[in-house]
Design a protein around this ligand. Structure first.
Ligand code: 13P
Ligand code: 13P
Ligand code: MG
Ligand code: MG
Length: 367
């Protein structure tokens, strides 16, 4: 049977700054979906990563379905009402439009979806990141789907021998979806040339070239493109199918051992290491570090198994320590050079205004 996985995620308020939602808020969103989905969904799970709440849903209605998106939007609106009652920080932060129109794309929440013919066993991983943007997945996806140093299956599994097709979006283009399709392995250097620039080019989907099936889907929203100003980081979600024609779970996870430096961290304006964390982890040091959680499921006839926390393992404690050291290393240089994002990416209006005012005071000597 055909099944659609939809994950819709937003920051609708958090306790003690941009740390984590209140338990009552998570419960409210969950109750709303449970009480109002009226057979629309096969199943759903509500979780949080940092200050973002994610609703993972299974159904048969395909991607960008109005009813499914409206249900999630209404759950986030109901949550925002409670966040206001509780006086949570940034209540409704990511709900940037007043009224729902068709689907939540371009309205603030992050969305990742995929529709496919369910395999007899259908394992997948749901990733959620906080204090970073969609480009944070570029390197782990590149390594997991093109590089046999990380994905042994590219050498060992005949089902992966044809490689994968990457659909990459230019997120600086705001008139519509500007995309390019490139095949690995033969276009691997072109893929690398684009994915090098995490703030501009972002993986949207990956497909198997053996079966044509969808393997990965990433949320590509850039909030400042919608709001025209900084409202928060884009805190991306991602769905990745694993095993069979796709990389094994451990091959997809292996690239997170790099804890790559990504954009985000304090005020969405810095560079920090992407730390793999347990499900439902809060935020701490310097409003970070950027974090990513990975929850493994199987889906069968639309029903989800219990969640299994893929980064809850002693191995990842060691990587978390390395990521902490990397965070301290870059934080030691404060605002200088590579520690803070370039001017074009600085999302807080303050520094932009400051530099504009200072520019007027510059004089060209001798004129
Ligand atoms: P199993 O033999 O345990 O199924 O493992 C196969 C595999 O894909 C390991 O990556
Ligand atoms: P969020 O995008 O997670 O709300 O973080 C915003 C911020 O400014 C953190 O310092
Ligand atoms: Mg926030
Ligand atoms: Mg967030």
């Amino acid at each position: 049977m055909k099944v659609t996985l939809s994950v819709i995620k937003a920051d609708i308020g958090s306790v003690g700054g941009h740390i984590r939602p209140s338990q009552a808020l998570v419960n409210r969103v969950e109750e709303y979906v449970r009480d109002n989905h009226k057979e629309l969904l096969f199943d759903f799970r509500v979780s949080f990563t940092g200050d973002d709440i994610a609703i993972l849903m299974t159904h048969k209605l395909g991607v960008l379905n109005e009813e499914v998106h409206k249900l999630a939007w209404d759950a986030l609106i109901a949550g925002t009402k409670l966040a206001r009652e509780q006086g949570l920080y940034g209540a409704g932060q990511d709900l940037l439009k007043d009224s729902f129109s068709g689907n939540v794309k371009g309205m603030g929440p992050a969305v990742a979806e995929m529709e496919f013919e369910e395999r007899p066993n259908e394992p997948f991983i749901f990733f959620a990141a906080d204090k970073t943007d969609p480009g944070a997945y570029n390197l782990p996806l590149y390594l997991g789907f093109t590089d046999p140093m990380y994905c042994a299956g590219l050498l060992l599994s005949p089902k992966m021998s044809k490689g994968f097709k990457f659909t990459i979006m230019d997120v600086a283009y705001t008139e519509g979806d500007k995309i390019i399709e490139l095949n690995a392995p033969e276009n691997a250097y072109d893929i690398a040339a684009l994915l090098r620039d995490n703030e501009r080019y972002v993986v949207e989907t990956i497909h198997s070239r053996d079966t044509g099936e969808i393997a990965a889907s990433v949320s590509t929203t850039r909030l400042h493109n919608i709001a025209g100003k900084y409202t928060g980081k884009d805190d991306p979600v991602m769905l990745v199918r694993v095993q069979g024609a796709f990389p094994a779970t451990g091959e997809i996870l292996s690239a997170y051992s790099v804890a790559p430096y990504v954009a985000g961290f304090m005020r969405g304006s810095h560079i920090g290491p992407l730390m793999p964390v347990k499900r439902n982890s809060p935020i701490s040091y310097f409003d970070g570090p950027p974090i990513v959680s990975a929850t493994a499921y199987c889906v069968h006839e639309g029903k989800l198994t219990e969640p299994v926390d893929a980064f809850d393992h002693p191995f990842w404690d060691y990587i978390r320590n390395i990521a902490s050291q990397k965070a301290l290393d870059i934080r030691a240089q404060g605002f200088s050079g590579a520690a803070m994002l370039p001017y074009s990416e600085l999302e807080y209006g303050g520094i932009v205004e400051k530099l504009t005012a200072l520019d007027k005071k510059f004089k060209v000597r001798g004129k």
